[in-house]
Design a protein around this ligand. Structure first.
Ligand code: SAH
Ligand code: SF4
Length: 365
């Protein structure tokens, strides 16, 4: 797991560290700022393109990999508006990144780990197990790829740049908190990539320690929590993490988070036919959320996600009528609720479908 991380790439350094590195080579601080701009503003694809740097410095920099993500292929769906990149890491693991272009925005869905150790039964990534944590540079480089891709597409207007970033790719961000947070700070840096904190959303399986820690961070990024069930028995069946952090603890942490930050939290709820999509479960969910909400305006939002089929699971996708009925019940209980519009299903780029090249074998059970 630590092997590949020893090979630092240029995207693994923040501006202070780059300054330090270049200073150790006898370079003045402004050279580091030039390099940093090349990386995060100009989106240079290699050191040779950084023509404002002296040739000798470029030669030295070229010894450090720019990025340790090797782009293996890009799959295109939704008539070019959804693009999934498959990257190979130096140790052979693969990660995926998805870019979704809309008329008024462009969203990139970024991975934080290769594979995932959380074992949610409905998720393709979960079936891989955890291969390893990504370095901050490997997380950052995915957003850079998306920007470069948009630039190459020649997309105009707001959709011509990355306007939104969601940490909803492979992996559990809070299980790789330090490196993930370094990536957040670097992507946010107004002198660099300059992505607003409010434009970033982290999704967690419900690691309470991570929620508590996020509440203390200065950057107000958005928090989404994967809930997927209104009771512990079902949630533990779908998400093994629930045995460690059952619903009551998760809700207490969410409540404390809202009281500390006054920021809205959204809950993700993947709808599985006959499993968690019954009207009585919608009512139970509504009651649970009403009970858990702190005083004041309801800072909860529910995002219903139609399940994207994962081969080899005995699960099924809820019929549309059940999705809308579920949504109606939550709405009737006064809980704001939307249904996520899917992208990239045909190229297996949708939520929970990221599994690299790994063939998902069908094991009937
Ligand atoms: N590990 C984090 C973030 C990555 S998954 C988490 O679990 O929250 C992003 C979202 O996709 C989560 O809400 C997850 O539950 C959901 N998801 C996983 N598999 C899915 C599938 N097959 N179809 C739809 N959503 C899925
Ligand atoms: Fe991991 Fe999230 Fe998939 Fe669960 S849903 S296995 S936490 S990536």
């Amino acid at each position: 797991m630590h092997h590949a991380m020893e090979q630092r790439c240029l995207y693994d350094y923040n501006l202070t560290e780059l300054t330090e590195l270049l200073r150790s080579w006898g370079e003045p601080a402004f050279r580091a700022r030039q390099l940093y701009r090349q990386l995060y503003v100009n989106l240079a694809q290699n050191v040779a393109q950084m023509t404002d740097l002296p040739a000798a410095l470029r030669a030295r920099l070229a010894e450090i990999p720019l990025s340790t993500l090797h782009l293996e292929r890009v799959q295109i769906g939704d008539e070019g508006l959804t693009r999934k990149a498959l990257f190979r890491l130096p140790d052979g693991a693969v990660v995926e990144t998805v870019l979704m272009v809309y008329p008024d925005r462009s969203t990139v869905c970024v991975s934080t780990q290769a594979g995932c150790g959380m074992g949610c039964v409905f998720c393709a990534t979960g079936r891989l197990g955890l291969l390893r944590n990504l370095s901050s540079g490997e997380i950052v480089a995915q957003a850079i790829w998306a920007s470069q891709e948009l630039r190459a597409m020649g997309a105009a207007g707001p959709s011509g740049r990355v306007t939104n970033l969601v940490f909803m790719g492979m992996g559990e961000p809070f299980a790789n908190y330090d490196r993930w947070w370094q990536a957040v700070e670097r992507l946010h840096d107004p002198q660099g990539f300059n992505l607003g904190a409010r434009s970033m959303t982290v999704s967690t399986v419900g690691l309470v320690k991570g929620i508590e820690r996020l509440a203390t961070e200065k950057l107000p990024i958005n928090l989404a929590i994967s809930l997927h069930a209104p009771d512990d028995a079902l949630r533990s069946e779908l998400m093994p993490v629930n045995r460690r952090y059952p619903i009551a603890e998760l809700m207490a942490a969410t409540r404390a988070y809202i009281e500390q930050t006054r920021r809205r939290v959204s809950f993700e709820y993947v709808l599985l036919q006959g499993k968690n999509d019954h009207p009585h479960q919608a009512i139970a969910l509504a009651r649970l959320l009403r009970r858990a909400a702190p005083r004041g305006p309801l800072l909860f939002h529910v995002n219903l996600i139609p399940w994207n089929p994962v081969p080899g699971t005995p699960l099924g996708r809820s019929e549309w009528e059940r999705v809308t009925a579920f949504q109606q019940i939550l709405t009737d209980y006064g809980i704001p609720c939307t249904v996520r519009v899917e992208r990239g299903v045909e190229i297996a780029a949708a939520c929970g479908q990221l599994a690299g090249q790994q063939a998902l074998t069908v094991e009937p059970n």
